[in-house]
Design a protein around this ligand. Structure first.
Ligand code: GTQ
Length: 352
């Protein structure tokens, strides 16, 4: 709503001016100043949680409706109730559940938005980035860098499902959104399986390595390694009151984030642990890799509490305090726009 600033000599003169200048494509700032320059961020996304058990049948059924080839990417998009028609999970992120069935191939293409995958269920699925395959297992975090050719496939049995998170809204907003379809179903086979993980993800770099792209040279952050690190570190019993044990996925060549535009994290909360309320300006998507509990998101009367269990996905809109209570030991993956805000110097957090 437009709200008038004080000291307007005459409201009706202002309204008159507003009307007269409209045809010259002018709008008085004072009509909407307070709408834009708010003490705290205004956000459209709402707290929301998708119970995987509830939505799984629809995800599986999507294979009866369309093939991965026809759909290009067979995804049920997680659309925030505050962003209906926008197809977004938070104001700045897109997320969806992608299904591949045995023998299918999601054809090769590339786009300027970055994609990340967090694997939910199945065995035998893979993604290939520029022809380099990486097999995926539940809990694996896999990156498809900007403008990298990629196709997905499944050589195992049963459904294979992962969560996609893309920075599409940001890239569209910036006017930098391009897509290209590869003429063949698959991009030609490239380096051996997991070559980049061995080459760049083993605490070593090839001598003389020069970073060519902004993206991390590793595509795959296997859950087996992540989980082992969390398991060892939890013995230290050093819990951050707001985060439990929380780690950020990094690009090993820079120590910066694994993806230039999306910050990614994994956190472990021991059984019975409740995080102190915390908020930050980065909105995010959370996916439960293990465990169960409740998450309270929001403030005062607007606060909502959701029960979560393994494979559930929830959205925490920016600047909404949240607190997680782990009934069982929980491991939670998250993806937010924090790095973009940090690079721009506007990121804030508040430990409550
Ligand atoms: O797997 O490349 O959820 O291009 C949306 C667009 C996934 C993908 C999505 C995509 C992809």
């Amino acid at each position: 709503m437009a709200s008038a600033a004080p000291n307007i000599a005459s409201r009706s003169a202002s309204a008159d001016l507003t009307q007269r200048v409209e045809r010259d494509r002018l709008v008085p700032l004072w009509n909407f100043f307070n709408d834009w320059f708010t003490p705290v961020p205004k956000v459209s996304a709402q707290p929301y949680l998708w119970h995987y058990d509830r939505i799984r049948p629809a995800v599986i059924e999507s294979a009866d409706v369309i093939s991965a080839k026809e759909a290009e990417r067979r995804v049920l998009v997680l659309e925030n109730p505050g962003l209906i028609g926008k197809h977004l999970i938070t104001d700045t992120l897109y997320a969806g559940l992608q299904l591949i069935t045995p023998g299918e191939i999601a054809p090769a293409h590339r786009h300027s938005p970055v994609a990340l995958r967090f694997v939910i269920e199945g065995k035998g699925g893979y993604t290939a980035v520029a022809g380099e395959r990486t097999w995926m297992e539940p809990g694996d975090f896999v990156v498809t860098p900007s403008w990298a050719w990629h196709d997905h496939g499944h050589e195992g049995e049963g459904p294979f499902v992962w969560m996609d998170v893309l920075d599409v809204p940001l890239i569209r907003f910036l006017g930098a959104n391009f897509t290209e379809h590869y003429p063949e179903e698959r991009f030609p086979e490239g380096p051996p399986v997991n070559d980049s993980l061995h080459r760049y993800g083993s605490n070593m770099l090839p001598v003389g390595y020069e970073r060519k792209a902004l993206a991390s040279p590793i595509f795959s952050y296997p859950y087996s390694r992540t989980r082992e690190a969390l398991e060892r570190l939890k013995q230290q019993d050093e819990w951050d009151p707001h985060h439990g044990l929380k780690m950020e996925y990094i690009d090993p060549t820079t120590g910066g984030p694994a993806i230039p535009t999306i910050s990614t994290f994994i956190q472990l909360l021991p059984q019975g642990f409740t995080t102190e309320p915390y908020r930050s300006t980065d909105g995010g998507v959370y996916c439960v890799a293990e465990g169960s509990g409740t998450v309270k998101i929001g403030e005062g009367e607007a606060a909502q509490t959701f029960e979560y269990s393994k494979r559930d996905i929830f959205a925490v809109p920016c600047w909404h305090p949240y607190s997680i209570q782990a009934k069982e030991e929980s491991v939670i993956f998250s993806a937010t726009d924090r790095i973009v805000q940090t690079k721009l110097g506007v990121w804030r957090e508040q430990r409550q």
